[in-house]
Design a protein around this ligand. Structure first.
Ligand code: HEM
Length: 526
């Protein structure tokens, strides 16, 4: 197709005449052969891209050697592109290649019929009903985190909340999606999560590489990744073997699978076109990766914001005290999550200000028109779905942290509030299937934390540092906890002495600290 002809139109569309070419778009100047390759430092990619978006506007191009990368920083256009999948747009082929090399070429990178088939399984396994049914087991997993945090509170020493949250999210994903309680929260030696943590940094590094060097030369980091891939593959094989044995012992599970892994294996046994072994293990890996950093980073940012803005923390405490009252097991009522409206607003604001999945990589399956630009098939397109939520045009006082903007009464008269520019979970047919599970984890952990503790920034805490690792997240979030409530009868805390004997101590809590600073004015993010 020539540029003068009409291509399938996507995005906001002026008449399809006189289309601009990619070369006519603004963008950062690069070096003659390398283009902007040397500017792309993987760990700070998010800052570089946001800066370019400020400078060059909603549509710009940068180059890595001869490859031109179209970058979209406009909410309407992004919505349109994301909704036009899988027919007109797919994920960037390079991401699929990188994911294949680490055994994670599951739903996230699948395309066409394969994607449709896998998506059905994953959506079913993570639907609202299954997430709700999982609450009692989730309470058990969260209980381990609670014990861990009580130990930290009693010792008074600062701890890295992010590290604990990474373990929690792996345990939750495995429990819900594979029916296996792997308990990395209490695992002392080499939990699987340590190996998983090598994968996203590797994807980020390889994404900006000029060619797939790791297939030819293995640097120390690549050797570590190779070991991690092997360890995770062994873990997944064991999981699959156990699940197959369970299906053989309980044939009725083939018709009524209780989780994603049982459903995939049952389909493999029953259907000629069922998923292959490779598809199944790649989807286990995909779920483990997709569910870990995203949710853990978001929760860690929320803890950071609670320390930064005590009035937000007070508002969360007030909501939890009101909704939970004296009830010790509030989650037995399935409607509890819906009542935590302030925490939901707080989570939305945290995801608006610190979107962890705010960079999506696509390419058109055929020549297309995006706004007034002709875009050839296969052109890498980077959509800044996170950046648009931080623009003043979309959210009034965008650089202020104001959870209240998400509560209806506040949004009626408070200036711009463009929910189309809020895409923490993506948009369209590939919208994140784990969003309900993520929101439940966010609510349960935040409520548990704020009911029991006041979160305080340690005196010598380092300033927050964000890094891009395919997702964006903090390097660490150190916090100190102070007990804040009296529990009738106390709480049992398990401790271990030097000889690893476990003993239990009942603890009576001090009165809650009264700290209603809610009326403080909204504080600036900076
Ligand atoms: C706060 C937590 C989370 C955030 C911010 C997040 C964000 C995202 C985003 C931005 C996408 C891309 C959507 C698109 O292309 O339009 C995505 C896809 C995906 N997410 Fe999540 N996610 C979170 C939690 C989870 C969890 C807990 C799981 C599962 C356990 C999960 C599984 C997936 C999968 C499998 C995909 C690929 C979907 C597809 O391509 O069809 N995510 N997520």
């Amino acid at each position: 197709m020539k540029e003068s002809e009409t291509a399938p139109a996507c995005g906001t569309q002026p008449p399809a005449t006189a289309l601009r070419s990619l070369d006519e778009l603004p963008g950062p100047r690069g070096l003659p052969v390398l283009g902007n390759a040397l500017d792309l430092k993987p760990r700070s990619l998010h800052r570089l891209l946001a800066g370019w978006a400020e400078q060059f506007g909603p549509l710009f191009v940068f180059r890595v050697a001869t490859t031109r990368i179209l970058t979209v920083a406009d909410a309407d256009t992004i919505q349109q592109l994301l909704r036009d999948r899988p027919d007109h747009f797919r994920r960037w082929r390079k991401i699929e290649d990188i994911a294949t090399d680490i055994g994670a070429d599951g739903l996230f990178t699948a395309e066409g019929e394969k994607w449709r088939r896998q998506r059905k399984f994953v959506m079913h396994a993570l639907n609202a009903g299954h997430v709700r049914e999982f609450i009692p087991r989730f309470e058990e997993v969260a209980g381990r985190l609670r014990r861990r945090w009580w130990r930290a509170a009693l010792s008074g020493t600062p701890f890295d909340a992010l590290a604990d949250l990474m373990r929690l999210t792996v345990d939750v994903t495995s429990g819900l999606a594979f029916g296996r309680d792997i308990n990395t929260l209490e695992e002392k030696k080499d939990p699987i999560q340590i190996h998983l943590d090598k994968m996203f940094p590797a994807i980020a590094r390889r994404q900006t590489a000029l060619f797939p060097y790791w297939r030819y030369i293995q640097f120390a980091e690549d050797r570590e990744v190779a070991t991690a891939v092997k360890e995770v593959a062994k873990f997944i094989d064991r999981l699959i073997t156990e699940t197959r044995a369970r299906l053989a012992e309980n044939p009725e599970l083939r018709d009524h699978p209780r989780n994603l892994l049982e459903a995939l294996l049952a389909a493999q046994e029953k259907e000629d076109e069922g998923p292959s072994d490779r598809e199944i293990s790649a989807n286990v890996m995909t779920m483990l990766l997709a569910g870990e950093d995203t949710t853990a980073n978001t929760l860690a940012y929320m803890i950071h914001f609670m320390m930064e803005f005590p009035h937000v923390q007070s508002a969360v405490q007030e909501e939890v005290d009101t909704v939970f009252g004296m009830v010790e097991q509030p989650w037995q009522d399935p409607a509890t999550a819906d009542r935590l409206r302030y925490i939901e607003a707080f989570a939305n604001e945290a995801m608006r200000c610190k979107p962890v999945g705010g960079h999506l990589f696509l390419e058109p399956n055929e020549d297309v028109q995006i706004r007034d630009v002709f875009v050839p098939a296969g052109t890498p397109i980077l959509v800044l779905n996170g950046y648009v939520g931080t623009q003043e045009a979309n959210f009034a006082q965008a650089n202020e942290f104001r959870p209240e903007r998400w509560l209806r009464a506040a949004t009626d008269s408070a200036g711009a509030h463009n929910t189309k520019a809020f895409m923490p979970f993506g948009a369209g047919p590939r919208f994140c299937p784990g969003s309900k599970l993520a929101m439940l984890q966010i609510k349960m952990v935040t409520a548990m934390l704020c009911r029991d503790f006041e979160v305080v920034r340690p005196k010598d805490a380092q300033p927050l540092e964000d890094i891009y690792n395919f997702t964006v997240g903090p390097t660490s979030v150190y916090a100190t906890l102070r007990p804040r409530r009296q529990i009738r009868g106390g709480i049992d805390i398990e401790l271990r002495d030097g000889n690893r004997r476990t003993f239990t101590i009942p603890i009576v809590f001090p009165d809650r600290r009264v700290a209603d600073r809610r009326k403080q004015s909204a504080a600036s993010l900076n």
